[in-house]
Design a protein around this ligand. Sequence first.
Ligand code: SAM
Ligand code: DTB
Ligand code: SF4
Length: 358
Amino acid sequence: MTALSQETPKADSLRDMGTGAATAPGDIRHDWTREEIEALFAKPMNDLLFEAQTTHRRYFDPNTVQMSTLLSIKTGGCPEDCKYCSQSAHWTGSPVEATKLMEVQKVLDEAKQAKAAGATRYCMGAAWRNPKDRDMDTVVAMIEGVRELGMETCMTLGMLSPEQAGQLKHAGLDYYNHNVDSSEEFYKEIITTRTYEDRLNTLQNVRDAGINVCSGGIVGMGEGRQDRAGMLMTLANLEKHPESVPINMLIQTEGTPVFGLDELDPLEFVRTVAVARIMMPKSVVRLSAGREWMSDELQAMCFMGGANSIFIGPKLLTTDNPAQEKDQALFDKLGIKPMQVGTQVGEDAPATDPLAAE
Ligand code: SAM
Ligand code: DTB
Ligand code: SF4
């Protein structure tokens, strides 16, 4: 299996190929260059947010946000050496304790609560390099059970073979999360136990199985702007954009090698979200980890920049997420409503194309 093509030359829309034909905000492209992306990052903030909003409104209702809830179905003890992760067995100073794979019924009980709290998608994560074949029956039962509750399903279990991806699809899995995490160059600084190509191969297996792809990364790990640009270039130049793009702000956990790094300027986080929105116009962009430590104003700027998905519920995998009442108060102040299932890939979005009349 070869890695996904990162340099598909053909764009889906008119391009400036020396013909003078320019692209409009929201045209779908897969041929982004580093220079173009860095130029987006360097725009004045108001211009960047305006372009992101214009792009966003072409495909989505700007006042709706998709809401997922996360559960760690197998915590800690992971053989991988991701420097940001409290669940890696390599960082013995991390406070996270390893657990076994949860029982199916316990997962379903948690999922019911998440549904009652307003989540439309249930995301189950395991601290694995890859699922063992002996675990597949259990994760399949979890997918089937959550679907029966009437929720969309997402899993993040590490690397998948084509056969495992096929099994998950057959069970009815809607989304698979597998992040590229950073640029290809910076990735080597963060993880040594697998390669960037391994990540891309799993994404290809997920795509080939017909499961929606959820892939994004983390910022604030000491990478440079060129790495944030490189990460988005990898994602946007895939043959098909991921349907879901989580942008995580690093949550620093004691004992991990990245603990104590200078925090990323929050406005640079907003820029990363806005550039992701511009480059992947129809994708749902998730304001993912780190909201617990973000002000209302910062989160509002991310929504202005085109973020339209979040995790709700008091916990992510091992760390805290805002309490439901706090989130509800924020949504009320911002006039944000939950996004209905089925509209998240843009196909049913209202015809509010601000460029259509031009
Ligand atoms: N083990 C699987 C894997 O790595 O693909 C699935 C679980 S892993 C925790 C899922 C993603 O969570 C990682 O790829 C990373 O992007 C994100 N993540 C993990 N720890 C994080 C942290 N401390 N802060 C922000 N994001 C984090
Ligand atoms: C993703 O991109 N972010 C989520 C989800 N995919 C699995 C995980 C965030 C984890 C934050 C650290 C923790 O709670 O352990
Ligand atoms: Fe393991 Fe995933 Fe954490 Fe890496 S990010 S250590 S693969 S749980």
